[in-house]
Every structure is written in C-alpha cells, then in structure tokens.
Design a protein around this ligand. Structure first.
Ligand code: DGL
Length: 258
C-alpha cells in the first residue's frame, strides 16, 4: 500500500485515547485512523508493569502486521511501561507516546501548586519521576492517583453523583487551592467539567492531547508520509470486548463536546 494511504493506529487501554484521537482528527482530517481500545483488559493503571508491557506489545504487534504507518500510544500508562520497548521492536514506524503535561502547567504557573492526576502505574514509573525531578524546584507538584476515574469513563458515566462523590473525596481538599491540574491519563479529559467544578475556576486544567497530535503531525511530515490534503479520512474503531455497545460508546465520546 502507498505509504501516505496507510492508517495511523491510535491505541489505548480502553476509550480514553479517544481524547487524543479527537485532536488528531481535528489537526489532520485527511488521515485514516484505526483506533484500538483494549477495554477487555482495562484498567491498565492498576496492573503490573510487566503485564501492561506484554498487553501493549502484543496489540501494537498485531496492528503493525496490518500495515500501519505510525502508532500513537494514546495512554500515559502504556507509554510509561512500554514505549522504549515498542520503539526498539517496531523501529520502521514512528511510535508516538504521551506523558503528563507537567511542563506546560509548571511554566504557566511558576512557584504555584500543580496537581497531577494519573493512574498509580504512571505515577510510580521511572519516566514520570524523571519528569518530576526536572520541574520539582519550579513548583509544588502533588501526585494524585485516581484509578477509579478510568472505570467511570469506561462505563460512559461522565457526571453522575458517584463521579462527583469520588472527585470530592480525591480533590475536595484542593478546591480553590491549586493553580493547575494536569489530566495525566487520557480518560480524564472526558471528566473535565466535573473536575473543574470540584476544583473551582481558579485551577487551570492541562492535558496532552493537542500536543500529542502536533507531535504526530511533525513525525509524519518528517518521514514524508502525511496523507494528501483534500483526502477525506476515515476512523475505524475496534475494541477487544468485541461488543457493539463499546464501539457505540467510543463513537459517542469521539463526537462529544468536551
Ligand atoms: N488511559 C490510560 C492513561 O492515559 C490509562 C487507563 C487505564 O488505567 O487503563 O493512562
């Protein structure tokens, strides 16, 4: 297949990566996308690193065999566990990973208090702790593991009382007391409204979706594999649960107004 016509794979443990897919489609509507959510094995964030590495390697291997031209690991957890291994294993295509948007949050709020909401695995991995070390002297950075938020999004629950109760319990103490909050898991932008409401208007929210889309565009351009302008791209959605409800919810998230 012609290089420019091969699809860009977008992978997540479930539906969270759709928050990145939305940005990719907005920036490069001419590309064809193949979105794969591993909902049957979600959440990844409470699994062991070895488990997440094996699941990610197997899935990207299967997508690679289908002729993708790039893989976006639209999951902070899978990136922390497996991105280096993926780059070594599939060195013929760009592998674009994610990291919590600590840098833009700290630079926008020097000496402020920056909360980082992510999965337990992301927050304990070496990648995140190296990032933390880099910015720790510039702001007070507070790690807040929120694994249950992933499961709310997987169920399509973006704002029930249970969501607000959970957020109140994790974040209520910071209401009006944080300058920024980093949504360090791709599921969390779907709960942006609820998170903003619990933290209050003074807290600026950051996520890595748009930056990841720009980085993907840069990498495709550098390899000369961007689709021709004017081509109308497609989005194919697949999920390890092989359940039509899963696909319908993924489409609904793709079209939702964040
Ligand atoms: N969406 C993933 C992330 O960005 C994690 C979700 C999970 O725990 O499965 O970290």
């Amino acid at each position: 297949m012609d290089d420019v016509r091969r699809p860009v794979a977008v992978f997540d443990s479930g539906m969270g990566g759709v928050s990145v897919l939305r940005e990719l489609v907005r920036l490069m509507p001419e590309e064809d996308y193949l979105y794969y959510g591993d909902s049957a094995n979600a959440p990844y964030g409470t699994r062991s690193v070895d488990d997440v590495r094996a699941l990610t390697l197997r899935r990207i291997g299967a997508l690679h065999a289908r002729g993708i031209k790039a893989a976006v690991i639209a999951c902070n957890t899978a990136t922390s566990a497996a991105v280096d291994l993926l780059r070594r294993t599939f060195s013929d295509i760009p592998i674009i990973g994610m990291e919590p948007a600590v840098k833009p949050a700290v630079l926008a709020h020097p000496h402020g208090r920056v909360l980082v909401l992510a999965t337990p695995l992301t927050l304990r991995e070496e990648k995140f702790n190296a990032l933390l070390k880099q910015y720790a002297s510039l702001a007070e950075i507070v790690k807040i593991p929120c694994p249950e938020l992933v499961e709310f999004v997987e169920r399509g629950d973006l704002g029930s009382m249970a969501v607000y109760d959970y957020l109140e319990q994790r974040l209520g103490a910071y209401r009006g007391k944080a300058d920024a909050a980093v949504l360090g898991c791709t599921h969390f932008p779907f709960l942006r409204r609820a998170i903003a409401q619990v933290l209050g208007n003074e807290t600026e929210l950051f996520d890595g979706g748009a930056g990841t889309a720009r980085e993907t565009a840069r990498q495709l351009s550098a390899r000369g594999t961007r689709a021709e302008a004017g081509h109308v791209g497609t989005v194919l959605i697949e999920n390890s649960r092989e359940d039509s409800q899963e696909i319908a919810l993924t489409r609904r998230l793709l079209q939702s107004d964040l």
